[in-house]
Design a protein around this ligand. Structure first.
Ligand code: SF4
Length: 342
């Protein structure tokens, strides 16, 4: 018997009531689908997806702003995942302009150095995991023709918002291992709900589910760590200090959500010269156009990708209608790739 089947057996002994667990990480969804984790769970246990894909939760207004920068003659540098995400009119893939795929901010800074006559903008998306590298780069004082479009989001404020709504009827959370590797898990103690930090092997995820099920059965609500080989309580304090040096929390909209207080990041005044939104007077429009896409409900744990009438028909990875079908961390794309069933 493998460790995974051992844990799955234990899980079926512990779970004796309906349980809905949310994860908030696209990499967790990919691992769950790839290894068939749902297929070994007791029938009363359901894992739902939350807003764990940074590309998927980037609002259309910010995609439109990135496209506008390309149309205005800037060199726009972006992660490949963002390229095909639809804005309200077009995407970075189809916009008429110079859009370049980069692995990260360092390459975008290099492009700015090589093209001093052009403005170069890096589309800076991602949760807490990607922020320290961006901060570390900005304190090295890149060239004046370089700036970033800040589209970072923070996980705990979104979880707080979801719990306040109570709409997804959740009994606990799998916490994101990558984010917690940077931030630790002390921030999550404010939430009085069972939570377990998980890694990305199937056994890691099953173990976190077992720990959650045991907490629920015992009437407990604490934060536990099932990923101690990578995550510590404090996290990477040096990386956190870098983030605090450059960024400050700000109120931002998430795609499918309203404005969530202090769930985003803004550059501190001393780094404002690198703020593309200010440099180019960009206004983010609030867009509500959906074209039948239910990504907003998928990102809030209210629907599965297969609940969408367009899933696998009008919407496929080749012709995506919504962002959840574009990104490798998007639930629809993952379910399509692994033929995931609920
Ligand atoms: Fe949106 Fe496509 Fe997913 Fe439907 S299948 S929710 S249209 S991304």
């Amino acid at each position: 018997m493998t460790l995974g089947t051992d844990i799955a057996k234990k899980l079926s002994e512990v779970v004796d009531t309906d349980i809905r667990i949310m994860h908030v990480c696209g990499t967790h969804e990919a691992a769950i689908a790839k290894y068939g984790v749902r297929s070994v769970l007791p029938p009363q246990m359901k894992i739902v997806m939350g807003p764990g894909c940074p590309v998927c939760i980037t609002p259309q207004g910010e995609i439109d702003a990135a496209c506008e920068l390309a149309e205005r003659g800037c060199i726009v540098c972006t992660y490949g995942d963002l390229l095909r995400v639809p804005g309200s009119k077009t995407s970075l893939e189809h916009v008429d302009g110079d859009v370049r795929i980069v692995q990260g901010i360092t390459k975008a800074v290099e492009i700015a150095r090589q093209n001093p006559e052009k403005e170069v903008v890096f589309i800076s998306v991602g949760f807490e995991t990607t922020v320290p590298t961006v901060a570390a780069t900005l304190i090295t004082n890149p060239s004046e023709n370089f700036s970033i479009l800040v589209s970072h989001r923070l996980v705990p404020p979104a979880m707080k918002w979801l719990m306040e709504q109570g709409e997804a009827d959740l009994h606990g959370f799998i916490l994101p291992g990558h984010v917690c590797a940077v931030m630790g898990y002390h921030e999550y103690e404010q939430f009085k709900v069972p939570q377990v930090v998980a890694g990305f092997e199937p056994e890691d995820i099953l173990l976190s589910l077992l720990m959650l099920a045991e907490q629920i059965k015992n009437g407990e609500a604490k934060v536990e760590n099932a990923y101690p080989r990578v995550v510590t309580y404090e996290g990477n304090v040096k990386a956190q200090n870098l983030m605090k040096e450059v960024f400050t929390p700000s109120d931002v909209e998430w795609r499918g959500f309203p404005v969530i207080p202090e769930s985003g990041l803004a550059l501190k005044p001393e780094f404002e010269a690198f703020d593309a939104q200010k440099k180019f007077d960009l206004v983010y429009e609030k867009i509500t156009k959906k074209d039948g896409c239910i990504c907003d409900r998928v990102l809030r744990g209210l629907a599965d990708p297969s609940d969408c009438k367009l899933f696998g028909k009008a919407c496929t990875p080749r012709v995506p209608v919504g962002p959840c079908m574009v990104s490798h961390e998007g639930a629809c794309r993952i379910w399509h790739q692994y033929q995931q069933k609920r």
